[in-house]
Design a protein. Structure first.
Length: 109
């Protein structure tokens, strides 16, 4: 498994190519906690101009520019080939608590 260490003043991050359930290509994920069950994270950051449609055919509204940060969590058990997506901090993704509970219940059986 290919990996890279990114060193900063205060810490070392390890990023790896990880195969993920439901994805054709591996993702580059950062290792958060390593163990029998390893937790990975991928952050996506972006910028929105702040223009939104007003509805009913009106002119777009400017609600001001904003940045966003999407954090997705993945979990991989030792011996498995593909990580499972647990959810993110976005409104329309899986509920993290439900996904983690189901995953960990299977691990403990």
């Amino acid at each position: 498994m290919a990996s890279v260490e990114i060193k900063s003043k205060d810490n070392v991050s390890i990023c790896k190519y990880i195969n993920v359930v439901g994805k054709d290509e591996p993702l580059v994920l950062a290792e958060v906690v390593k163990g029998a069950v390893t937790l990975y994270n991928i952050n996506t950051q972006g910028f929105s101009s702040g223009f939104a449609p007003s509805g009913m055919g009106g002119a777009p509204m400017n609600i001001g520019p904003m940045t966003y940060d999407i954090k997705n969590l993945y979990i991989l058990r030792t011996g498995e080939e593909k990580a499972t997506h647990l959810g993110s901090n976005q409104l329309f993704t899986k509920n993290f608590r439900t996904a983690a509970s189901v995953f960990l219940k299977i691990v403990l059986l």
